[in-house]
Write a protein that binds this ligand. Structure first.
Ligand SMILES: NC(=O)c1ccc[n+]([C@@H]2O[C@H](COP(=O)([O-])OP(=O)(O)OC[C@H]3O[C@@H](n4cnc5c(N)ncnc54)[C@H](O)[C@@H]3O)[C@@H](O)[C@H]2O)c1
Length: 380
């Protein structure tokens, strides 16, 4: 596991996924056996790795990735390092014959992402990319409503993502500074469109076109060492996507917005027969029958309790951590050859949408999203 000293690597992948899976006794396999991950933590600072390992009952740490990759007993390479470092790490892991699971975005460009997908296929190793939002309770509930036909014909999807990320001067930023430097693989479009692609494709219909306006609203920030730096990457994006089935999806993504909604991500779906609003965990619906008949009248106080007219979708079971749920699928994929759809081609699609979003912004126009398999749809 590479990158476990970072935000995602430590909290979501190590503690909430791998340590939690070890604590529950592993992952059950279809044949009846179990697989228990035995991680080795890889990184640049041995002291930090030892401290994390000690805190979580893990034996093995290393600062030498190539020595780790040479150990045939370690079958999977996992990467949650910086986006800009991922391609090199993953390429080395594939060359060493490892199955690979990694964070999104898979690579900084579609061409590199596809190259990794083809290399993994040639090497006959299993490959996967984190698509955690699909496993969030709120999004699972939305998907269930879609599958049940609750919405009738889906008309539109509106996503509002974001929160205020402090600049780092009067108080520390909540995100690493590389996120705000284009030259280090930063930018909210590359970061978030990777999510929007799989979320839309798998929940509402394949994305066929994008129109995006990005912005760098805050031009200077302060890094982890207290140094001022130029924020060269986009910190907000205002995008519209067309989906198969004539669904229109609008997503605002911003690290420069203050939250006046129920969650950091809120998605509203409107259909002819009903609507739903989902957060990370919750989902509320309003059926056609329960839809109020408001009339526009600014001269009177609003007589409606609009929020009171929605009904909460109950949890089917105690929800598991989204990252852990996907890890379990990947472990079963590797150990028992169970299907796993979130492969490197899926990862490449996320990068493609980001790339086309950036193109749309630069050229101020709608851009079509061509199919990607076998290298189609890669530009320049
Ligand atoms: N799935 C999600 O919801 C989600 C959310 C945030 C970030 N991410 C992705 O996770 C990855 C890590 O993001 P983060 O916010 O945890 O970043 P971070 O800066 O907190 O962590 C980065 C990790 O990479 C290591 N690292 C940095 N430079 C390196 C180098 N040159 N060589 C090797 N290791 C290096 C750091 O030591 C650290 O362990 C990114 O690709 C990001 O896009 C995913």
């Amino acid at each position: 596991m590479n990158g476990v000293t970072g935000r995602m690597g430590l909290n979501q992948h190590l503690v909430r996924s791998i340590v939690a899976i070890r604590r529950q006794g592993g992952v059950t396999l279809p044949g009846g056996g179990t697989v228990v991950p035995d991680p080795i933590l890889v990184g640049r600072s041995e002291a930090k790795l030892r401290e994390i390992a000690r805190a979580h009952g893990i034996e093995r740490v290393s600062t030498d990735l190539d020595i780790c990759l040479a150990n045939p007993a370690d079958a999977i390479y996992f990467d949650a390092t910086l986006t800009s470092a991922r391609v090199d790490h993953v390429r080395r892991a594939i060359a060493a014959g490892k199955h690979v699971y990694c964070e999104k975005p898979l690579a900084p460009t579609t061409a590199e992402a596809l190259d990794l997908a083809r290399a993994a296929e040639r090497a006959k190793v299993k490959h996967g990319v984190v698509q955690d939002k699909l496993f969030l309770p709120g999004i699972r509930k939305l998907k269930q409503l879609v599958d049940d036909g609750f919405f009738g014909r889906i008309l539109s999807v509106r996503g509002e993502f974001g929160y205020w990320v402090f600049e780092g001067d009067d108080q520390p930023a909540q995100r690493p500074s590389w996120n705000y430097r284009k030259e280090d693989g930063g930018g909210i479009i590359l970061d978030m469109f990777a999510h929007w692609r799989y979320l839309l494709d798998h929940t509402f219909g394949a994305v066929t076109a994008v129109q995006c306006t990005g912005a760098t609203h805050i031009h200077e920030r302060v890094d982890e060492r207290g140094q001022r730096y130029a924020a060269t990457a986009d910190d907000a994006a205002y995008a519209t996507f067309l989906l198969e089935g004539d669904v229109i999806a609008q997503f605002n993504s911003s690290w420069t917005v203050r939250v006046y909604r129920d969650d950091l991500l809120q998605i509203q779906v409107d259909g002819t027969q009903g609507s739903a609003v989902a957060g990370l965990r919750t989902c509320n619906t309003q059926s056609r029958a329960a839809t109020p008949r408001p009339v526009w009248n600014p001269d009177e106080p609003n007589p409606f309790d609009f929020y009171g007219q929605w009904e909460e979708v109950r949890d089917a079971a105690e929800p598991d951590n989204a990252f852990k749920a996907q890890w379990e699928l990947f472990l079963r994929h590797v150990a028992a050859d169970e299907p796993f759809v979130h492969d490197f081609y899926e990862g490449a699609k996320g990068v493609q949408l980001a790339e086309l979003g950036l193109e749309s912004w630069a050229e101020r126009r709608w851009v079509g999203v061509p199919p990607l398999r076998n290298g189609e749809g890669v530009r320049g």
